[in-house]
Design a protein around this ligand. Structure first.
Ligand code: CA
Length: 236
């Protein structure tokens, strides 16, 4: 594998430099961002192969940054945190991180983990848009069209819809939807039913039916009107 590019989102300048130097020694291309916002912009501008994300970021925090990365992209993410508790690791992995490393970072271990992650995940694909003929999403702008009409969704409704379109034609339990759309426990499972009903209402107001059906008490299934154009979104 050549020319692996790594986006390092880290507000600690010294650590950013140290990590950058270690990755370059391993012949990786390094992009650096000092805030979550800058990291998201860099993710779009440059589509890196791996993101290294510090959880302790100012303004747009690490968790929110992780959640927005997951709204935008399937890029492998290694979360870096000073917190060593199992609960934080579990939370990060459930929120879509692919790996978790604690500070102080072992730089050789970091390089090895990036390589291992890329072997496991293969080439990542940035997903910038989705369109199944009924639902069209522009992930960069968090903009939604239903049947060609713009529909204003709240952030929760938007993330629930993103969770559906990323996992078409399969049953998603309420627990899975909570993890996908909320990213953090604990909120009641009833929230899912409520937010699915909100989405239905917004779709109806746009003159369409939300293509989500109940799956015999297990959860919900999103059935695209036709196959997603972007196969990377299909999730097989
Ligand atoms: Ca930090």
């Amino acid at each position: 594998m050549s020319e692996i590019s790594v986006l390092v989102i880290e507000d600690d300048e010294a650590l950013r430099a140290l990590v950058g130097a270690a990755l370059r020694r391993a012949h990786m291309d390094v992009l650096r961002a000092d805030t979550g916002e800058a990291g998201l912009r860099a993710l779009f501008a440059s589509t890196p192969d791996v993101v290294l994300l510090d959880l302790g970021l100012p303004t747009l925090g690490g968790w929110e940054t992780l959640s927005r990365i997951r709204d935008l992209s399937g890029v492998p993410v290694i979360v870096v945190s000073g917190r060593t508790s199992e609960i934080d690791k579990v939370r990060a992995l459930r929120a879509g991180a692919d790996d978790y490393m604690t500070k102080p970072l072992g730089l050789q271990e970091l390089v090895a983990r990036i390589e291992a992650l890329l072997r496991r995940t293969g080439a990542p694909v940035a997903t910038e848009a989705y369109d199944d003929g009924l639902v069209a999403l522009d992930f960069a702008r968090a903009a939604v069209r239903v049947g060609g009409r713009p529909v204003a969704l709240t952030p929760r409704e938007y993330r629930l819809l993103v969770a559906f379109v990323r996992h078409p034609d399969r049953v998603l339990s309420k627990e899975e939807l909570l993890e996908l759309a909320w990213g953090e426990p604990p909120v009641g499972l009833e929230r899912i039913r409520l937010y699915v009903s909100y989405l239905r209402a917004k779709f109806r107001a746009a003159g369409a039916e939300l293509p989500v059906s109940n799956a015999r008490g297990f959860g919900y299934v999103y059935t695209p009107r036709r196959g997603p154009r972007d196969p990377s979104l299909g999730g097989a």
